[in-house]
Design a protein around this ligand. Sequence first.
Ligand SMILES: [Zn+2]
Length: 107
Amino acid sequence: MASERLWILRNGQPRLQGAHCGDCGAVSFPARHGCIVCGSAVQTIVDLSNRGKIESRTQVGERIVCEIRMESGPRVMGWLESGELVDIGSSVEFAPHENELRFVPDV
Ligand SMILES: [Zn+2]
């Protein structure tokens, strides 16, 4: 089990937890102790936006795993709620289910 939460509930809304770099401004996910761009240890945990666009998707059995570019910048690997193959570029919204990073179409 990871020591840091990938997401938290804030005001009843699930929010992915990223890290904002105090030196170069990059936002990474998941939050790490060092910046993925410049290596700086000056990292602040921030809420990511809940929306993003699908950059790639792969069918795994009856399900679809996607790389999603969040509006706040970082890329997140997550599962689609339905097994329907969606178009690259589709907007999705974060909707976690238990420990799974899951996304639903953003309508
Ligand atoms: Zn940095």
